[in-house]
Design a protein around this ligand. Sequence first.
Ligand SMILES: *[C@@H]1O[C@H](CO)[C@@H](O)[C@H](O)[C@H]1NC(C)=O
Ligand SMILES: *[C@@H]1O[C@H](CO)[C@@H](O)[C@H](O)[C@H]1NC(C)=O
Ligand SMILES: *[C@@H]1O[C@H](CO)[C@@H](O)[C@H](O)[C@H]1NC(C)=O
Ligand SMILES: *[C@@H]1O[C@H](CO)[C@@H](O)[C@H](O)[C@H]1NC(C)=O
Ligand SMILES: *[C@@H]1O[C@H](CO)[C@@H](O)[C@H](O)[C@H]1NC(C)=O
Ligand SMILES: *[C@@H]1O[C@H](CO)[C@@H](O)[C@H](O)[C@H]1NC(C)=O
Length: 433
Amino acid sequence: MNLKSHLIFTLYTIYGILLKVMASKGKARGISGQYPLVQNVTVTEGGTANMTCRVEYNDNTSLQWSNPAQQTLFFGDKKALRDNRIELVHASWSELTISINDVTLTDDGMYTCSLFTMPVRTAKAYLTVLGVPEKPEIDGLTKPALEGDDITLTCMTQGSKPAADLRWFRNEKEVKGAKEVNASGKTFTVRSSLQLHVDRNDDGVAYTCKVDHVALAQTPQQATEVLEVHYAPRVQIVHSLAVPQEGQYLKLECVSKGNPSPDPVMWTKDGGELPDLDRMIVEGRELTFTSLNKTDNGTYRCEAGNHLGTSSAEYVLYVYDPPTTLPPSTTPPLHSIPPDPTRASDRTVTDSRDPNALGQHGTDHALIGGVVAVVVFVTLCLIIVLGRYLARHKGTYLTNEAKGADDAPDADTAIINAEGNHAHAEEKKEYFI
Ligand SMILES: *[C@@H]1O[C@H](CO)[C@@H](O)[C@H](O)[C@H]1NC(C)=O
Ligand SMILES: *[C@@H]1O[C@H](CO)[C@@H](O)[C@H](O)[C@H]1NC(C)=O
Ligand SMILES: *[C@@H]1O[C@H](CO)[C@@H](O)[C@H](O)[C@H]1NC(C)=O
Ligand SMILES: *[C@@H]1O[C@H](CO)[C@@H](O)[C@H](O)[C@H]1NC(C)=O
Ligand SMILES: *[C@@H]1O[C@H](CO)[C@@H](O)[C@H](O)[C@H]1NC(C)=O
Ligand SMILES: *[C@@H]1O[C@H](CO)[C@@H](O)[C@H](O)[C@H]1NC(C)=O
């Protein structure tokens, strides 16, 4: 007994010393870089993850990789866990690299590399497994939809990790949807819904749901639905002439848009059938008059329908006189008034009817008359004034004859004035009368 216990004690002591030595050795080496180095790894599910653990300075101490469940995968170059997907890539004193093939979401987690120094040194590497979103699906589409319907398109994708983003596009233009994310296990289910009030403009419009995700760098996932909207037709008549005149060519086109397409369209005149004339041709949606005639006057109606309804449009045709050589500025109603529209009568009508021209001439005449009247009046006035002036002047002159002496500045002049006064007076009298 005594010997046995002594032996055990000795063994324990030796073991303890060994451990101490190893520990001190490890400590010494640890300072100079004896510790494992790892890196986080991100891999898409189905791919391969290489887990590498390195030691800068190693004294032949073993390295080990273990999984998130603390199971040893590789101890040095020795495989520990039976899993065909896990392989050794490289094992040396300074590196232990293993690969996990065909990675699944359950492989996601914290992996540990251990260096069996005393104490054991570890490093944690996180393996992130990306969940690839499934191809999205669009729900909620009724085909065909009816104009006025309210529909909600829902796009859904499952299996993404992290949660994918969904975006909606209406013919390449992004529109906003309402996103909702639900976690299911390790992955996410993402839904996005789009509410639409459908109208005829949505017919043939493509709605696309695109999935954005880190795991979809090269192969973007998307789904597209093209709306089919049924709506009652809307009819419109397009005509080729603004002022139809006799003898002209006229085309009426019945433009009808509806889904399903309202074919064929129906033409009527004044509520009845179209007259059977060679000049009038119906071809598809078009009604053509090769040469208009006044007897074509009337209301033309085109009607189109589908199972959702019927629509019609009317065109009132009024055929004017054939074009004359007069400039086109003459208004059409003038043409219909003269019963015999020869060129001469047309011109007279235009002339006699032009109140502007008449007014202009009248003002001219009045102006001339006024000027003449003023001139005559002024002339008469002048004559009268002149006449009176002359008459008065003559009187004064005659009285001056007698006063000649009084007016003279001196005696000599007065005498001369008095002497020649008579002869002078006679001369002047003759001259003036
Ligand atoms: C993993 O390591 C092997 C061998 O070195 C290499 O062929 C492979 O490309 C590596 N894979 C990845 C994902 O790094
Ligand atoms: C490590 O082991 C190898 C043999 O496998 C040996 O040659 C070498 O000297 C050892 N190195 C140390 C530091 O113990
Ligand atoms: C590795 O991933 C873990 C968990 O995501 C994180 O806490 C850690 O900082 C990462 N380490 C490095 C070196 O990126
Ligand atoms: C998803 O989330 C919605 C509400 O956001 C909830 O009504 C629904 O039950 C959830 N589905 C699952 C499968 O968890
Ligand atoms: C218009 O039609 C009538 C009879 O239908 C015909 O007598 C007349 O000559 C036509 N006028 C023209 C300009 O073609
Ligand atoms: C057609 O219009 C012309 C005027 O351009 C008129 O003289 C004629 O009476 C009209 N005919 C009918 C049938 O309405």
